[in-house]
Write a protein that binds this ligand. Sequence first.
Ligand SMILES: [Mg+2]
Length: 219
Amino acid sequence: MTRDPVELVIFDCDGVLVDSERICVKVDAVIMADLGCAFTEAEIIERFVGSSSEVYTAAVEQRLGRRLEKDWQHKYEHLYRAALDAGLTAVDGIAEALNGLTAPVCVASNSDHDAIRRSLELAALSHHFEANIFSAADVTTGKPAPDLFLHAARSMGVDPGRCAVVEDSAYGVRAARAAGMRAFGYCGGLTPASRLEGPGTTVFDDMRELPGLLAAVTH
Ligand SMILES: [Mg+2]
């Protein structure tokens, strides 16, 4: 079957470009304990990695049995910042993958713009993306809704059917499939392959393979 060539590769940020999920899950656990709401690290990985802030807040409120203030996460932001500043690195093999791609690239993340830019700078990846950064803050509904990926494609001037999405979470591959885009599920991080698999989805565990996998779907 001949398929449309990939004209845009949309990268998730956390867990795909930067190895932040391992760090953030530990901070999440500290915050949950502080709130008096016991989620284990395994539950956090299963339920919250790749989720939007709304999903995270709703689950915490449900377990606590009370509502949280609208900006409850604000007082904890310094914990993430300090942990990421101290230990954030690029995902293994991503620099080689980005150097090996010929199609244009952009970032589409549920994080806010400041956090995305900061992470890319810490991991020395900013130059690959420059201004082509899209945040869930730009749309009404974050992943797993398709809105953010569709917004990125529209902004970059590429038809969704010619976009590929690289994701590391179940929410992210769902969003890509809902947007009608080819999904590449990276299982080299916290999310197991079984949670990424699905129609139109290629699961892989070594970022260095990405240029070859993308080239393979275009022929
Ligand atoms: Mg992610």
